[in-house]
Design a protein. Structure first.
Length: 354
């Protein structure tokens, strides 16, 4: 590595300097140079040595190398901080994907988290954008949560600045508690902006972490319906398991599936398919008792339901709901010696709903 070569080069230079300094201090100089026809420079010794005597030991050069600190640019190994919440109450905010795991549908989220000790409240509705999270926090944000989860981004309005602004607001309203952000499947190219905002925010706040639903579904696309957005039955279970694995066991207990406040799914269905159109049936029932001449006539006019029963000389009129165009029923009664009790027919009207 480069830092190691730098360290060795510096050490070698220090050793060379130390040797030269020692030689200079001992007074040993070797400067002989003889050129053809030139002068000879004598070598001067530091002391005269008699024959048979050994010269004094030359001082040894100091080869001690001072510790050299070489700064490197190597980054420290990344660390992973475990999800830690002060309590077990978690508020989850989302759209139809999260709604499909709620208590009013599959209940897969509570099934996965309640056994771990979490008290889970899911506020999620069909076809909601990031502004829905702001609405939820205004109503439920100050209840006192130990953790939060936000899964809003599928209904992206193609405005990354606005998405960042509102998501940042939701995070701040949660306060210092840990908040999980869930990435979305990138079924359109611009959805990448959503996941990029989520990733960037985790670099800003220490209390944020990610459940990477995009990575999960990218690896296993069969977890989604054909629209590439809404999870299948198995997909919901995998999503709930991924959240449970990320949260781990709650610090306290017991767990509980809390009731939702936001439950308006009138804008669509949890699987992205069109809602089935049905019919509403209105039934008008008018019980009457006929007496006297034994004749009972029921008349229905357009826009009203009016039943007139002739009983002696006293008519009785009942007004009901809207029924089909005029229908007259006049039953013929056989002659009897005592007036029979006649019940008029029940008319059932079918009206379409939107």
């Amino acid at each position: 590595m480069t830092p190691r070569r730098d360290r060795l080069s510096a050490a070698s230079a220090l050793v060379a300097l130390a040797v030269l300094a020692a030689l200079a201090a001992s007074g040993l100089t070797a400067c002989g140079a003889t050129a053809e026809g030139g002068n000879t420079t004598a070598v001067t010794t530091a002391a005269t040595v008699d024959v048979g005597e050994l010269p004094a030991a030359l001082p040894q050069p100091d080869t001690t190398v001072a510790d050299t600190v070489v700064e490197t640019t190597e980054e420290p190994a990344p660390t992973t901080t475990a999800f830690v919440a002060p309590g077990n109450r978690i508020l989850m905010i989302g759209d139809s994907i999260l709604a499909s795991t709620s208590k009013r549908y599959s209940n897969t989220m509570c099934n996965a988290l309640v056994p771990l000790g979490w008290q889970v409240e899911i506020e999620a509705e069909v076809s909601r954008g990031i502004d829905f999270g702001v609405d939820v926090m205004q109503v439920r944000g100050d209840v006192g949560w130990d953790a939060g989860l936000v899964f809003l981004g599928t209904n992206y309005g193609n405005d990354a600045t606005q998405y960042l602004k509102l998501l940042n607001r939701i995070i701040n309203e949660f306060g210092d508690v840990p908040v999980v952000l869930v990435t979305v499947s990138e079924y359109r190219a611009e959805i990448r902006d959503v996941n990029r905002v989520i990733e960037d925010l985790t670099e800003v706040y220490d209390n944020l972490s990610i459940v990477d639903w995009h990575a999960i579904t990218d690896e296993r696309p069969s977890l989604l319906n054909e629209d590439g957005i809404h999870p299948t039955t198995t997909g919901r279970e995998v999503l709930a398991d991924a959240v449970a694995f990320h949260l781990g066991t709650a610090p306290t207990g017991p767990g509980k599936c809390l009731e939702s406040v936001f439950t308006d799914d009138s804008k669509g269905t949890i699987d992205g398919r069109p809602s089935s159109s049905g019919t509403a049936t209105t039934t008008a029932t008018t019980p009457t008792t006929a007496a006297g001449n034994g004749q009972s006539t029921t008349t229905v006019k357009p826009g009203t339901s009016t039943t007139t029963t002739v009983s002696g000389s006293t008519p009785t009129t009942v007004t009901g709901t809207t029924l089909p165009p005029q229908t007259t029923v006049a039953p013929t009664m056989p002659p009897t010696t005592s007036p029979p009790v006649v019940t008029p027919p029940v008319v059932t009207a079918t009206t379409p709903t939107t």
